[in-house]
Design a protein around this ligand. Sequence first.
Ligand code: FES
Length: 94
Amino acid sequence: MNDPAQFSVRLAPEGTQFSASPSLPILQSALLAGVVMDSSCRNGTCRTCICRLASGEVAYRIEWPGLSAEEKREGYILPCVAYPLSDLVIQPAD
Ligand code: FES
């Protein structure tokens, strides 16, 4: 199997950057890179990890992560279950 390309993820505003594999949830790649992101359930239900996507695209492999359609439209993501489809810039949710 080919090694999939890595995407770069930047956490705004502090600027922490790490590489993320398209085959892992963003949170998992952050942990592997030693970057701490808030999390709890890690299955897309508790919303502890909620962030806002400032740029880039993500995809989910579960039917319905704990986000409303409106929140998704507004750019909120759940990094514990979101897989990167491009380089990303992520901001805190508030
Ligand atoms: S850690 Fe619970 S939704 Fe992401």
